[in-house]
Structures are given as structure tokens and as C-alpha cells.
Unconditional design. Structure first.
Length: 201
């Protein structure tokens, strides 16, 4: 009886040792039913739309519904429009581009991502030195010296010549009006002002 029990015990130990010798391995690339790390999703980028949103304006110019290329042409044509200066019968239309630098490309890039109805600012760098030179030359065309009345004798009778008042262009107002028109991209006629210089006699 003891011999039978001992034999059964030895048989059980041998079977357990055989099981422990078996190593379960997964083939390369096969799933073992467990995960070794978190899966990361690459960030997605949204491309700007092919056309600019409706109602978007750049420097007062409507570019809604246009492609960026078309908007660039439209805005550049707008800023290239000449200024209009008027004094009495004098009308001048100088080109705007010598007086300022218009950063149109940057404005179009912002307009591509703008919401409908957005007013996109047009950055303008004004060249005040050139504006000052132009206004000085303009003043020489507008300015007029006053002429005093003079007394003459025609025969024995006195004769007085009529006098005439003078004028001087308001250079400060002209400069401010030109700068304002450039910055706001407006081409309305600029009415120049002149100060009256009275005659002395």
C-alpha cells in the first residue's frame, strides 16, 4: 500500500515538472492580448479655405468670395489709385505709392482666415518726408503775395490802383489730409485750404 502511494506521488511530481518546463511565447509581431504603451494621434492642421469669407474687407475694399490671388490684385489696384487734390480751379492727381508703403500681402493672408464680415486692417507706412516735399512744392503754386493799392497822378488828378489780398496754403492741414487718405485708403477729393493775407493799403 505504501509502495503504491509512493509511486503515485512520484508520477504527479514528474507531470508537474514537465508543465513548468513549457514556456509560452508569442511569435514576433503577434498580439499577446496586452498593450505596452499609449497610442498617440498626430495633430491635424486645417488648411485655409480656397476663397475669402463673405463680407470681409481690406482697407475698405470688399474681397469676400475672392481667391487670395484675386484679392491681392484688387487691393493693390485700390491702393495704387491716385490722390485727388483740389483748390479752386486747380486739380491735381498725384500717385499715392510714392508717399506710402502698403503691406497688402500680409492683409490678404489675415483675410484668408478671417470670419465673415471682418474688417481687416491694412498696414500702411507713411513717408512723411516725401509728403512734406510735395506739399512745399504745392504751396508755391497756391501761395500769392498781397498787392497794395498805389496812388498815382494822371495829369493833375489822383488815381488809385486797386490792391489784392494774398493767400498761403495751409500746409499742416494739407499734410494731415494726405496722411489720413493714405492710412484709410480713401480717394475722395481733398479740398485744400489757404489762409488769406490782407493787403496793407
Amino acid at each position: 500500500m505504501k509502495r503504491a502511494a509512493s509511486a503515485l506521488f512520484l508520477t504527479a511530481c514528474a507531470f508537474a515538472g514537465a508543465l513548468s518546463a513549457v514556456v509560452v511565447t508569442a511569435p514576433s509581431g503577434a498580439s499577446t492580448g496586452t498593450t505596452s504603451g499609449a497610442t498617440t494621434t498626430p495633430p491635424t492642421t486645417t488648411a485655409p479655405p480656397a476663397t475669402i469669407a463673405p463680407g470681409v474687407r481690406i482697407g475698405g475694399v470688399d474681397v469676400g468670395g475672392l481667391s487670395p490671388e484675386a484679392a491681392l490684385v484688387v487691393v493693390r489696384n485700390s491702393v495704387a489709385s491716385p490722390l485727388v487734390l483740389v483748390y479752386q480751379n486747380l486739380r491735381l492727381e498725384p500717385a499715392a505709392e510714392p508717399f506710402a508703403v502698403f503691406y497688402v500681402q500680409g492683409a490678404v493672408d489675415r483675410a484668408r482666415r478671417a470670419a465673415p464680415g471682418t474688417q481687416v486692417n491694412l498696414v500702411v507706412r507713411v513717408r512723411r518726408d516725401r509728403i512734406g516735399e510735395y506739399v512745399a512744392n504745392l504751396g508755391r503754386r497756391v501761395d500769392r503775395r498781397p498787392v497794395d493799392s498805389q496812388l498815382f497822378l494822371r495829369g493833375l488828378r489822383p488815381f488809385v490802383t486797386p490792391g489784392r489780398s494774398g493767400r498761403a496754403l495751409n500746409r499742416v492741414a494739407a499734410t494731415s489730409a494726405i496722411v489720413r487718405a493714405l492710412v484709410r485708403n480713401q480717394r475722395f477729393p481733398i479740398r485744400l485750404q489757404a489762409r488769406r493775407i490782407p493787403q496793407r493799403i
